[in-house]
Ligand binder design. Structure first.
Ligand SMILES: *Cc1c(COP(=O)(O)O)cnc(C)c1O
Length: 366
C-alpha cells in the first residue's frame, strides 16, 4: 500500500542513454564513477545501481550508511564513501566500502583500524582541496600524509581526487584551469614522494562536458545521469529520467470574494474553479511555488498553483481546463520543467529533485 497517490517515475532507458552519452565524451580507457548519493539524487539509489552497475567502474555515495544500503542490496561494484566520519570507519571496512580520506584525523583512524584488523592493501582514496575549501588536504600536507603512510602495508592509495568549484560556469574558466593545474601539480609531487601514481579524477557532470583535459583516469557522473547538465544546450542530447505525478482529489467552485488555502493567500476577484492535488511541501513541493508562481500540467494544460502550498496538497487554477476528480496531474516530466520550477523556487535542479521525499512512491519504467 502506498503512502500517497503521488509517485515518481524513473525511466531506466533514459538513464542508460544518458550514461552512454557521457561515455561517448571519454577516451576509451577513462573509467566512470556514478555518484548516487542522497537516494540517487532523490530517485532510488538501489534501482539506479542495478540499472547501470555493469556499465560503470565505481559508485560513490556521501555517507557510510548510503553505501551499506547498496551493499545489503547486493551491489558488487566498488563504492567510494565521499564524506565518511571517523565513527563510521569500522562499518566502512566491515562492508568493504572505500573511504575518501580528507583530513589527518580520518587518515590516522583509518590506519589504526586497518593495522588492528591486520588488513593488507585496503583501498582508500585521497581527497585534495584545490579551491572549493570544503573537504580535502592541501598540497603542503603531502609530506605529512607521507610520513603517516610510509611503509604502511595495511592500506593502498587507489586514487587521488579533487573537485571543481564552478565547472558549469564559463565565466570561471580561468579558476577551473588553475584548479586543474594545482591538481596536476599535487599529482607530480605525490608521484615523486610515493613512487607511483594512482587513478586521478576531478570532473563532475559539467566538468566532463567542459573540461576534457581534466578527465584524467576517471570521471564522476552525478546529475547528468538524470538528464540534467546545468546547460540547456547539453540537456537536449540527454533524456529526461524523472517524472513526478499525482492526481486531482477534489474540484472546487470559488465565488468572488472567497479565498483559497491557508492565510487566505488568494482571494478570488472572479469566479474560479480550483483542483486540489495530492502532493504538498512534505512531498518536496517548494513553498516558493505557491501564490501563483509555480504550475502543474493537467490534460496537457498548465494550471497555476494558487494560494499557499500545504503539507500534503496544493490547489491549482483549473478555471479554463477541462478536468475532473481522479485525473492525472504532472508536476514535471521534462528537463525544461525541472529547470523552470527550480528557477521559480530560487534553487537549482539538484535541490528540486533531491527534495522529493520518501513518502512519494518510486516506479521504474522501461
Ligand atoms: C556530488 C558530487 C559529484 C557529482 O556531481 P554532479 O554535478 O551531480 O555530476 C562529483 N564529485 C563529488 C565529490 C561530489 O560530491
Amino acid at each position: 500500500m502506498n503512502y500517497s497517490p503521488a509517485f515518481l517515475e524513473i525511466d531506466a532507458n533514459a538513464i542508460r542513454h544518458n550514461l552512454q552519452y557521457f561515455k561517448s565524451k571519454l577516451q576509451g580507457k577513462t573509467k566512470v564513477l556514478a555518484v548516487i548519493k542522497a537516494f540517487g539524487y532523490g530517485s532510488d539509489a538501489i534501482e539506479i545501481a542495478k540499472i547501470i552497475q555493469n556499465d560503470i567502474d565505481y559508485f560513490a555515495v556521501a555517507y557510510c550508511n548510503e553505501g551499506v544500503h547498496l551493499k545489503k542490496a547486493g551491489i558488487k561494484t566498488p563504492i567510494i564513501v565521499l564524506h565518511p566520519q571517523k565513527e563510521n570507519l569500522a562499518a566502512i571496512i566491515d562492508y568493504n566500502l572505500e573511504p575518501s580520506i580528507y583530513n589527518i584525523s580520518i587518515l590516522k583512524n583509518m590506519l589504526r583500524l586497518a593495522e588492528e584488523q591486520k588488513l593488507t592493501d585496503y583501498p582508500i582514496h585521497i581527497k585534495f582541496n584545490t579551491g572549493l575549501n570544503r573537504l580535502g588536504f592541501s598540497r603542503d600536507q603531502i609530506e605529512n600524509i607521507f610520513s603517516l603512510l610510509k611503509d604502511n602495508k595495511s592500506i593502498k592509495v587507489v586514487s587521488l581526487f579533487s573537485h571543481l568549484v564552478a565547472s558549469e560556469d564559463m565565466n570561471e574558466r580561468d579558476f577551473s584551469l588553475l584548479q586543474i593545474s594545482k591538481f596536476e601539480n599535487i599529482a607530480v609531487t605525490f608521484e615523486r614522494i610515493f613512487g607511483f601514481l594512482p587513478d586521478m579524477h576531478m570532473t563532475n557532470t559539467s566538468g566532463i562536458l567542459n573540461y576534457p583535459k581534466a578527465h584524467f583516469d576517471m570521471v564522476r557522473l552525478g546529475i547528468g545521469l538524470f538528464g540534467l547538465a546545468n546547460d540547456s544546450k547539453q540537456s537536449k542530447y540527454l533524456k529526461n529520467v524523472l517524472t513526478l505525478k499525482s492526481v486531482i482529489s477534489q474540484i472546487n467552485q470559488i465565488e468572488i470574494g472567497e479565498s483559497v488555502s491557508y492565510n487566505r493567500a488568494l482571494i478570488a476577484d472572479h469566479q474560479m474553479k480550483t483542483a486540489t492535488i495530492a502532493i504538498g511541501h512534505a512531498d518536496g513541493i517548494n513553498r516558493k511555488l505557491g501564490k501563483g508562481k509555480g504550475f502543474v500540467s493537467i490534460n496537457n494544460k498548465r494550471a497555476t498553483i494558487v494560494g499557499n502550498v500545504c503539507m500534503d496538497m496544493i490547489m491549482v487554477d483549473v478555471t479554463n481546463i477541462d478536468c475532473k476528480e481522479g485525473d492525472e496531474v504532472i508536476v514535471f516530466d521534462s528537463q525544461e520543467t525541472i529547470e523552470e520550477l527550480a528557477k521559480i523556487s530560487e534553487t537549482i535542479s539538484y535541490e528540486l529533485i533531491t527534495a522529493i521525499s520518501q513518502r512519494v512512491e518510486r516506479k521504474i519504467i522501461n
